[in-house]
Design a protein around this ligand. Structure first.
Ligand SMILES: Cc1ncc(C[n+]2csc(CCOP(=O)(O)OP(=O)(O)O)c2C)c(N)n1
Ligand SMILES: [Mg+2]
Length: 435
């Protein structure tokens, strides 16, 4: 009978162990969704999925593939293979534009200009990341480091009246389209001098004077706006082209499929001049392309909507420049949508608040860093005979520009309180609240 007293501690231990397990599953589930997780990415994913598996799931004959949790902390090894395949010589090299009269030839001087743009963006991003980590920038911050060649190459192909629209990794697009870096930085700081008066922050930049129509934080949410604007422009008799940037993570969103379907359809009558620029940087937060879709050839998804596409090495500015020029003019001429899958990589974590990257290996990051578009172009320019000193001066000027932007942002005033109720409705429809 004296054993009955042992029951109390035994029951207590069972309850504690059970509660600990439940907490881990719950934390892991939320971890996948928010990325604010201390649990391993793979562990989080498994439990998030497990939470939605119906109880009556059919029994499979074949043994299931090992889950990321079973693989331990090792990242998906196929991510390194993917890099090899994507960049292998079998990939069709980007063509040089030779159609019609327009020959795109980038001599060393022109390339120095593109080098300067990319360095300015990189150092702006470095400065903003530092300020974010010092707690000076609120909200959230996603930088474009590693992907500079994509926007630099495509925005170069724009003509007066053309438009871009992108997601939240948008600082480069605004600067490349002529926004003042000081005012872009002030926007990140939420200051009244920011390009949208401190009301948008990092993810919602707008610079319509240069044709930049956002800056959107909801993944996939901006995609339908692209074909809509393109249709609107053609309807008004304009020959403008809309560049619609989207990430590999957003292509699985329903909004993409509805928008691509309409774009293909409207394109049949030449009414949808949209250039889809799929920035395939291999990951949507911590989820690799392999773990997001069974059909990983992302460009092919456009085919189901009658949209032609091609792939470019998005780490190679010269390749992007050539493809962009050709694609932009093709879309302008035909009024039909066209898609480019730009294979690229962010050499930094998803957001400036992220430090631990358990979903990709150091080896993989190191391999992609070898493809970093800035040192790559630097090397090419030296080989073309550009003096090292000149490139160093460009770097020093870009650093000074980024430092000046930080100073401007820090010295700028907060938005005036009177701005609280402005820009909520279009001015001509605004009605004073009663009373
Ligand atoms: C509708 C929606 N779902 C989830 C998120 C959280 N989220 C923010 S970024 C991101 C990944 C998107 O990846 P991708 O489109 O590849 O863009 P990248 O960050 O690689 O530039 C997710 C899931 C969100 N912002 N909006
Ligand atoms: Mg991505």
């Amino acid at each position: 009978m004296q054993y009955q007293y042992l029951l109390i501690p035994i029951v207590f231990i069972i309850l504690v162990l059970g509660a600990r397990k439940a907490t881990r599953v719950k934390a892991a589930t939320y971890g996948t969704i928010t990325s604010m997780t201390t649990v391993r990415d793979g562990f989080a994913q498994d439990h998030a999925h497990a939470a939605f598996v119906p109880q009556s799931a059919p029994v499979r004959d074949e043994p299931p593939a090992p889950t990321p949790a079973e693989r331990g902390a090792q990242p998906d090894s196929s991510s390194v293979d993917r890099l090899e395949t994507a960049m292998s010589p079998q990939q069709p090299p980007a063509e040089t534009y030779t159609e019609g009269q327009a020959q795109v030839a980038y001599d060393a001087e022109a390339l120095v200009g593109f080098y300067q743009k990319m360095v300015e963006i990189r150092l702006f991003e470095d400065a903003s990341t530092k300020a974010f980590r010092q707690g000076k920038i609120g909200g959230y911050l996603h930088v474009y480091s590693g992907q500079e060649a994509v926007a630099t190459g495509f925005i170069n192909a724009m003509k007066e009246g053309d438009i871009t629209i992108t997601a939240y990794r948008d600082h480069a697009h605004a600067i490349l389209q002529g926004a003042d870096p000081n005012r872009v930085m002030a926007e990140l700081y939420g200051k009244g001098t920011g390009i949208v008066k401190g009301k948008g922050g990092s993810m919602h930049l707008f610079h319509t004077e240069g044709g930049m129509y956002g800056g959107y934080g909801i993944v996939g949410g901006h995609i339908p706006l692209g074909p809509g604007m393109a249709y609107g422009k053609r309807y008004q008799g304009s020959d403008a082209v809309v560049q619609l940037y989207l990430g590999d993570g957003s292509i699985h969103n329903g909004a993409f499929h509805e928008a691509a379907n309409l774009a293909g359809l409207w394109g049949k009558t030449g009414m949808c001049p949209t250039l889809f620029i799929l920035e395939n940087n291999q990951y949507g937060m911590g989820t690799s392309v392999e773990r997001a879709t069974a059909m990983t050839d992302l460009g092919k998804k456009f085919e189901s909507y009658g949209i032609e596409w091609e792939r470019v090495d998005g780490m190679d500015i010269q390749a992007v420049l050539a493809v962009a020029e050709k694609a932009q003019e093709r879309v302008r001429e035909t009024g039909k949508p066209y898609a480019i899958e730009a294979f690229s990589y962010r050499i930094v974590p998803h957001g400036a608040a992220d430090f631990l990257e358990q979903y990709r290996s150091k080896e993989e990051i190191a391999k992609w860093r070898e493809k970093d578009p800035i040192p790559t172009l630097h090397k090419q320019l030296i080989e073309m005979g550009i003096a090292e000193d000149r490139l160093e001066e460009i770097r020093a000027n870009a650093k000074a520009q980024a430092d000046a932007a930080i100073k401007f942002a820090e010295e700028s005033p907060d938005p005036d309180l009177s701005e609280l109720l402005t820009d909520v409705y279009a001015d001509d429809t605004y009605v004073e609240p009663a009373g």
